[in-house]
Design a protein around this ligand. Structure first.
Ligand SMILES: Cc1ncc(COP(=O)(O)O)c(C=O)c1O
Length: 430
């Protein structure tokens, strides 16, 4: 007896849909499209020669180990490297608190698997990272959202109202947020951590862009501000791994080394790490031993610090080119954020304009961006229809200038047409 496949899927599939970004990325494969759509690093800055040399060294010196199965927690020297790297940002931890994941994306999925029951509520920023929504929809989560402004998530009455929904955790992107490009201020960091502690609501701190700051002072990560974490890890502390604290921190090598490695990490109380290890075993046993060993070989001895200087220089220039081009070509009534780091900025169009419609005309003009609705957990209510995310890291400066110029024309035409429609026709007098 044949049964249609649609009747065989689990209930959780009903809430899942493909990523609009993945679909858009297919478009950008057309060579003549200038794409601001994906979140891709600039391929020119990938340290290909360093990877080639490191791969040879790993194979020559530890070939069998690199090709073998390994522990779920991750390659110990890489975890030690991460501990050392994070200590510079005030995160004093131990390898037992670090789990290597197959990208930060897997860490999001692991958190869903370990923490979410169907119907659980997650508090997110609005807009927020679409990949997290995708991961957690599979666990049948619901969302309450709080808007962001230039200082990150707004901790006003809307936040207090969202807390009333009893969220299982809060999902926060403190640095150069994807998609809006905004950064959580120091004052709000303090307040947020205090609230989390007061109500006992954990924070998932997703920080892929913290290293990509182009100006201003680095701000302390939320995990380092958490009182329980500080208590356990303070200098002259017990020197053991930490077991308490309300924050889980996520990092990645995708934006500083290469996303194709699929290497990220989670820092959490040891208890949480143990649960995530169990969950990860069912997913992929462990992250690629080969990737971990090669990444370690590339990153050790300070290469990554040097490399980050280059990336910052390249991306800062591209951001400046995009901002200047928007200033020159975008019509009045269009607004955008001015990020001090990261890969994205956020455009707000006039309320009557639909970014998805605009994208169709943009593509006819061979330019692409991502309409903002997909970054709004409650987009079906119409929120975010007039917003869009622009990536500035991937296209070359000359392409950025040209793409924004073309979009400026598209926008100016759309505004003029709208304006004409708004003008009342003169009454015909007999
Ligand atoms: C906020 C955020 N979290 C997680 C990820 C996933 O990163 P990874 O490549 O490490 O899986 C991304 C990727 O763009 C991101 O922007």
């Amino acid at each position: 007896m044949t049964c249609p496949w649609t009747r065989r899927y689990a209930q959780r599939m009903q809430g899942m849909s493909g990523s609009i970004i993945r679909e858009l990325l297919k478009l950008t494969e057309q060579p003549d499209i200038i794409s601001f759509a994906g979140g891709l690093p600039a391929p020119e800055v990938f340290p290909v020669a360093q990877f080639e040399a490191a791969t040879q060294r790993v194979l020559a010196n530890h070939g069998a180990q690199a090709l073998q199965y390994s522990t779920t927690e991750g390659y110990r020297p890489l975890r030690e490297y991460i501990v050392q790297k994070m200590s510079r940002y005030g995160i004093q931890t131990r390898p037992e608190n670090v789990l290597i994941t197959s990208g930060a994306q897997q860490a999001l999925d692991l958190i869903g698997k370990v923490m979410l029951d169907p119907g659980d509520v997650i508090l997110t920023e609005q807009p927020t990272y679409m990949g997290a929504l995708q991961a957690w929809r599979a666990y049948q989560a619901d969302y309450v959202t709080v808007p962001v402004d230039d200082d990150g998530i707004c901790l006003d009455e809307r936040f207090i109202e969202a807390l009333r929904a009893g969220p299982k955790f809060m999902y926060i992107l403190p640095n150069f947020q994807n998609p809006a490009g905004v950064t959580l201020s120091l004052e709000r960091r303090r307040k947020l951590v205090q609230i989390a502690d007061h109500y006992g609501i954990p924070i998932i701190e997703d920080d892929p862009y913290g290293d990509l700051r182009y100006e201003g002072e680095h701000l302390p990560p939320l995990i380092a501000m958490d009182a329980d974490f500080q208590e356990e890890t303070r200098p002259n502390g017990n020197g053991r791994s930490f077991t308490r604290g309300d924050v889980i921190y996520l990092g990645t090598f995708s934006k500083t080394l290469a996303p194709g490695l699929r290497l990220g990490w989670m820092v959490a109380p040891e208890e949480v790490i143990k649960r995530c290890v169990m969950a990860k075993q069912g997913m992929d046993l462990h992250t690629s031993t080969f990737s971990q060993m090669v990444a370690y070989e590339v990153a050790r001895d300070g290469f990554l610090d040097e490399h980050k200087l280059l990336i910052r220089q390249v991306y800062r220039e591209r951001r400046d080119v995009m901002l200047a081009a928007m200033e020159e070509h975008f019509p009045l009534g269009v607004y955008w954020t001015r990020p001090s780091g990261g890969l994205f900025l956020w455009v707000t169009l006039p309320d009557w304009m639909d970014a998805a419609e605009l994208l169709k005309t943009a593509i006819e003009n061979k330019v692409a961006f991502v309409p903002g609705a997909a970054f709004h957990p409650n987009a079906s209510e119409g929120v975010g229809h007039n917003t869009a995310r622009f990536n500035f890291s991937n296209a070359q400066p000359a392409q950025i200038e040209e793409g924004i110029r073309r979009l400026g024309q598209v926008l100016t035409r759309a505004m003029a047409e709208h304006h004409e429609d708004q003008i009342e026709p003169e009454p015909v007098l007999a």
